[in-house]
Design a protein around this ligand. Structure first.
Ligand code: PMP
Length: 465
């Protein structure tokens, strides 16, 4: 049996193991048949992950019957909450009707029309199955359209797990984020430092860059908030150097506002990538963009074009009717902006509550984020600042990207789960339509008990002034 400990003599670990005994047994079985017992690196928890049985609204129940207030929110995809009745109905009805017609359905027409209505750059849309696929297709489109090979990406921004996206993702940035990425792939990626317009211009100057891809709200869901003027500056530079601009809106799309980050910041990219809210929490994704670029996927009555210039794209489950049915419902419910405003208001209440807990406990750290995408970092080395804007301007970008360090991260994540609160990876969280003010206040109370536990265990210092 593999035993991983989060700290010698930790009562948090003891409480965790006894509360989640059924999960530990499952994880022991999983370890034999799945690497690290998980299917997504971010779901790794030391000593073991919690296995979930079912969910509703903003709560989920594990295999031992424990109830958890779920701020993981489907990695941000469940802006409507777990089991939204309209999504459930659409999926159930569609499952009985047809799940794979080996043909297009009316649903995908409606879905693309909804996207075109809401998203400034979305003259045309092509459906894929994940955010990773979306950024891969967007990069191929940009390379084909400009007949240039290089893609500029910014350090720390996350674009999924394919080979190109792994280059320049985590420090040290000269090393791809994963083993197994060919040097030939790395040589087509140029890595720009965070939010530095002079460096961006230098990267574009050789005029060999097909596209700049970035998360408009800052790397890893706004972990380093974007500086005013940066997006405008990149838009101007890309236009000057004949380079396309891709916004990776996998998280921000339909969540920040109905038109996503591009509407929120008022900057229109050439292409944008989607995956989470656009499908109402059901697996899927999309690339949307200007018609002239998107039309590079279109067939023409010209064999030369079709064989040599066209961008090939397929995928057995693209726009599958179950996802499309959920996507139509989601993009309809998200159209007037009221859901996004509710989520942002709940996020503001949550941030304020958590920061008050940290301040009252006298521990260093801060909850921050834009609209309904949130992040929390704690650590004795951080400044005693609990105002999000001040905190993110004082702490270095790299320290923000590093996040909460071990063993504190495991301790606080387990303490939160013991108290009935789930924050993805211990650091990333989102609000949803299903959350009420009472739910938020309950989340804050559970968070306060978890902080108290890690302080009592000595993982965080309480410095009272
Ligand atoms: N881009 C961004 C900005 C993301 O946050 C994610 C996933 N969290 C992806 C791409 C990859 O999406 P997926 O996990 O669906 O492949």
């Amino acid at each position: 049996m593999t035993v991983t400990t989060i700290g010698i003599g930790s009562s948090i670990e003891g409480a965790y193991r006894s509360k989640f005994a059924g999960s530990e047994a499952l994880w022991q079985r999983a370890l034999k048949v799945t690497p690290s017992g998980i299917s997504h690196d971010l779901r790794r928890i030391t000593p073991f992950p919690v296995y979930v049985d079912h969910a509703l609204g903003c709560r989920k129940w594990d295999v031992d019957g424990n109830e958890l207030l779920d701020l993981g929110t489907g990695h941000g995809s469940l802006i409507l909450g777990h089991g939204h009745p309209a999504i459930v109905r659409a999926v159930q009805e569609q499952a009985a009707k047809v799940t794979h017609p080996s043909a297009p359905t009316p649903l995908e027409v409606q879905w693309a029309e909804n996207i075109a209505r809401l998203v400034p750059c979305a003259e045309m849309t092509r459906f894929v199955l994940s955010g990773t696929e979306a950024t891969m297709l967007a990069m191929r489109l940009a390379r084909a359209h400009t007949m240039r090979d290089v893609i500029v990406r910014i350090r720390g921004h996350f674009h999924g797990w394919h080979d190109y996206a792994m280059v320049g993702y985590i420090a040290p940035y000269y090393l791809p984020g994963s083993n197994g990425v060919p040097n030939a792939v790395s040589s087509t990626m140029r890595i720009a430092p965070l939010h530095d317009l002079a460096a961006m211009e230098e990267a574009l100057e050789p005029r060999d860059v097909a596209a700049v891809i970035l998360e408009a709200d800052g790397p890893m869901g706004g972990t380093v908030p974007v500086q005013p003027g940066f997006l405008q500056g990149v838009r101007e530079l890309t236009e000057r150097y004949g380079t396309l601009l891709i916004f990776d809106e996998v998280v921000t799309g339909f969540r920040m506002t109905p038109g996503g980050a591009q509407q929120y910041y008022g900057i229109t990219p050439d292409l944008a990538t989607y995956a989470k809210a656009v499908c109402g929490g059901i697996p899927g994704g999309a690339v949307a963009g200007k018609a002239d670029v998107m039309s590079d996927i279109a067939f023409r009555d010209d064999p030369e074009w079709n064989r040599r210039r066209r961008v090939r794209h397929s995928g057995t489950f693209n726009a599958n009717p179950i996802t499309a049915a959920a996507g139509v419902v989601a993009t309809t419910l998200l159209a007037d902006g009221s859901v996004q405003d509710h989520c942002a208001a709940m996020a503001d209440r949550l941030k304020a509550g958590m920061n008050a807990v940290l301040a009252d406990a006298g521990v260093n750290g801060c909850a921050f984020g834009t609209r309904s995408t949130l992040r929390i970092i704690t650590g004795d080395d951080l400044p005693p600042i609990h105002d999000p804007a001040e905190f993110t301007s004082v702490v270095s970008p790299q320290r923000l990207l590093d996040g909460t360090r071990q063993p504190l991260l495991s301790a606080i994540q387990c303490a939160q789960l013991v108290e009935g609160l789930d924050i993805l990876g211990g650091t990333h969280f989102w609000t949803s339509l299903a959350m009420t003010e009472a739910d938020i206040d309950e989340a804050v109370e559970r968070f306060a008990r978890a902080v108290d536990h890690v302080v009592r265990e000595g993982y965080l210092k309480a410095v009272r002034t």
